[in-house]
Design a protein around this ligand. Sequence first.
Ligand SMILES: [Zn+2]
Length: 321
Amino acid sequence: MSVADPIIVDYEHGISCIDTEFHNRLQLDASHLIVDSGEAAFVDVGSNYSIPVLMAALERKGIAPEQVRYVCVTHVHLDHAGGAGEIMRQLPNATLVVHPRGAKHMIDPRALYEGAKAVYGEEEMQRTYGQLLPVPEARVKTVTDGERLPLGGRELLFLDTPGHAYHHYSIIDEQAGVGFSGDTFGLSYRQLDTARGAFIFPTTTPIHFDPEAAHASIDRLMSYDLGAMYLTHFSRVEELPRLAADMHAGLDRLVEIALAHEQGGAERFERISGDIRAWLGERLREHGCRLSESEIDGVVGMDVLLNTQGLIVWLDRRAAA
Ligand SMILES: [Zn+2]
């Protein structure tokens, strides 16, 4: 894995997955490239450190930087949009397409950086993300719910899909019969695939988790009767009705776990994260996963912690309301 040798998987309808190599881990964070009639769009771009890989992937595919018409960030969490400012400097004709609630953070990323620094600390911020670069306002396009943008011979349909984050859109490519769901349709790591297929679970990352909105967004995506969904973590999944049912059940379970420890005080974090870990472990065994406990933790451990933090923020918001 390196800039010289980007990992690209080509799917049908001109869609490719490029591994952003986020956190120097493979199959954790994807960028998708859509190419149609000489025009291209990226969907999510990883962090600053992913951009040399994405540019090398473009070159590998014989696409000039000038041909990239859009950089679409499904939401402004930094594993999706952290590299947006950097890649926009390298793509002279691209427009950054962002949810109306995320635009100001792309134009002036200081608040985004400070918010993440409060969680991760300065050293980790520099190691994982580097300095976030602003995108000139004139190059930013916000898309409202139901808006369509042309790309080559097709159209991309943008849907407001809150639940994971309130600055989150998903993209429907009706011609290809697929969606790009960012984090709205959960996390499905390829390392957890078994003979039973893909394993999926919701992400409740701070600070906007909203279970009702998350359920509704999944139903909305499913109403398009798609053949496949491209997730940022990680890439293409099929069998969408089964996975949607797993997502609804998973959201219910996470909410149930959080509510059971509503009064947990200082031990709330340990209790909620312990319950999430146990629940995922049990579901993975039912799914036929043969990885050891520590291997499973290597794949989902970070998400267990982020989900716990997000559920606690949700509990506190509920209590304050
Ligand atoms: Zn996210």
